[in-house]
Design a protein around this ligand. Structure first.
Ligand SMILES: [Zn+2]
Length: 480
């Protein structure tokens, strides 16, 4: 913990902050007068949705940020009097909330957006996605696809994502440059993939990646991504967990996703996926499990006990007809649940606002009960609950003093925000990606009033279109 963080954790009354702020005045002898506390950034809002334990929504509030950390939250006038910030994001017609957390995606697959639609999971994977990946995916594909995804995520207010794809060093480099926060999972799969020959090879290469990136940049966390229990056998899954334990990193995996997987696990292992993984000690370390559409009644307590973070991907689950995950049941049982988009090839975008709405509506119609998964709960899944599900609940997911400054400003001046009776309801049931005005990650502004500060969008668009044109003509050639 930095000195300044510790200072502000003790108490964040503005008057008490003067002594801590002295560090930045260049004169450690004298505590500065109010207003002379030089800090990096102030973000203000007509409303600040903190997502803290008390569910506080504060009006006319500003957040003081220094060194990547939230150091004070208070009435806008008071914060602006007490601090002098190098940068200010003004609060008129703006709602501030924690940045959204996309708990499961394959960022570079933005380049395969729409390449094969309207197919079932195994047909889609085996006959389109896996062959297309072996043919077209290289480091350059991953660089351009991940840049495109980072652009799209920043535009939509996502500040953290959990990725799983090939050429993880390239993904990590793009994340480092674009300023987002990410857990980058190196894919482990027992087939020839774009960056490895088989499971052993992908584990060995994954180790190298994790050793290179662990501790290098606090925003980029390298992890293991064993694909699933139908693309890896029990020994390979066990070996991946062992490697993750040795390197002290979490694992992200697709789990209990489709009726195919349910049947495959019964036929192959004599039991369902979650029970099989529990029997081999797979949950002995932190696990982020994507989907979990088909857990059996006796598997849900395993998810609770093992603190498995479940990531719900409602668009992908409905588009590929994988099923409707029992989110209400999982939440009631105490499972940690977050939200994700999955890759853009099965979505076909990275829009977390759409995921929030669909998650809520699906549960309501599935249970024939409009009261289940209300707006507040689903906004929690995209922020504080998502942070807990991926193991980062101590540092992000809420707007509180001492947390990393990952937050967004949503513009509430569009016609669909008029009138506005309830800010949470409006955010979940009305707001779109296009309403996000500014995005801050780790105290750095990545988008200011819809201007991208870390991504050359014209270049990325040009490179993505050129690469997609090559993929399209190769596919046409092959299908002729
Ligand atoms: Zn996935």
């Amino acid at each position: 913990m930095t000195t300044i963080t510790r200072c502000f954790l003790i108490g964040f009354l503005a008057v008490e902050l003067a002594a801590c702020g002295a560090r930045n005045t260049g004169d450690a002898q004298l505590a500065p007068a109010a207003g002379e506390n030089q800090i990096d950034l102030i973000v203000a809002g007509d409303y600040v949705v903190t997502m803290n334990a008390a569910d506080e929504v504060r009006r006319g509030t500003a957040i003081a940020i220094d060194d990547g950390v939230i150091i004070a939250i208070g009435p806008a006038a008071e914060i602006e009097t007490n601090y002098s910030a190098r940068e200010l994001l003004a609060g008129k017609d703006r709602v501030v909330l924690p940045g959204l957390i996309n708990g499961h995606t394959h960022a570079a697959m933005t380049l395969l957006r729409g390449v094969a639609d309207d197919l079932a999971l195994m047909d889609w994977l085996n006959n389109y996605i896996f062959p297309a990946e072996v043919e077209f995916v290289d480091a350059d594909f991953v660089r351009i696809g991940t840049e495109l995804a980072c652009w799209e995520m920043i535009r939509g207010g996502t500040t953290t994502f959990v990725d799983m794809y090939y050429f993880p060093d390239t993904i990590a480099e793009v994340v480092e440059r674009c300023g987002l926060r990410a857990m980058v999972a190196t894919t482990v799969i027992d087939q020839r993939s774009p960056d490895a020959e088989n499971a052993d090879d992908s584990i060995a290469r994954g180790r190298g990646f994790i050793e290179r990136w662990k501790g290098k940049n606090s925003r980029v966390m390298p992890i293991f991504g064993p694909h699933s229990d139908y693309t890896l056998n029990a020994d390979q899954l066990r070996a991946t967990r062992q490697a993750a334990l040795e390197l002290s990193v979490p694992i992200s995996i697709h789990l209990s996703e489709s009726p195919f997987e349910l049947q495959y696990s019964k036929d192959t292992y004599g039991t369902t996926s979650i029970k099989m993984l529990e029997s081999i000690g797979f949950f002995d370390g932190p696990t982020i499990a994507a989907h979990v559409v088909w857990p059996t009644e006796d598997e849900i307590p395993i998810l609770v006990q093992r603190k498995v973070g479940v990531i719900h991907n409602p668009t992908s689950n409905t588009k590929i007809a994988s099923g409707i995950a029992p989110i209400t049941e999982l939440l009631n049982a105490g499972v940690r649940v977050g939200l994700g988009t999955d890759g853009a090839a099965s979505n076909n975008d990275l829009d977390m606002w759409e995921e929030m709405r669909l998650a809520s509506f699906l549960q309501k119609v599935d249970q024939m009960n409009p009261q289940v998964l209300p707006a507040k709960t689903v906004l929690g899944m995209a922020t504080t609950g998502g942070a807990t599900a991926i193991g980062l609940g101590d540092s992000i997911g809420t707007l509180e003093v001492g947390k990393r400054a990952d937050l967004i400003q949503v513009a509430f001046d569009d016609v669909h925000h008029i009138p506005m009776y309830n800010v949470i309801s409006t955010l979940v049931y009305v707001t779109d990606e296009q309403d996000v005005a500014s995005v801050v990650v780790d105290g750095k502004v990545l988008m200011r009033e819809r201007e991208f500060l870390t991504i050359d969008t014209a270049r990325v668009a040009e490179e993505a279109r050129a690469l997609a044109a090559r993929i399209q003509s190769a596919l046409e050639e092959r299908n002729r």
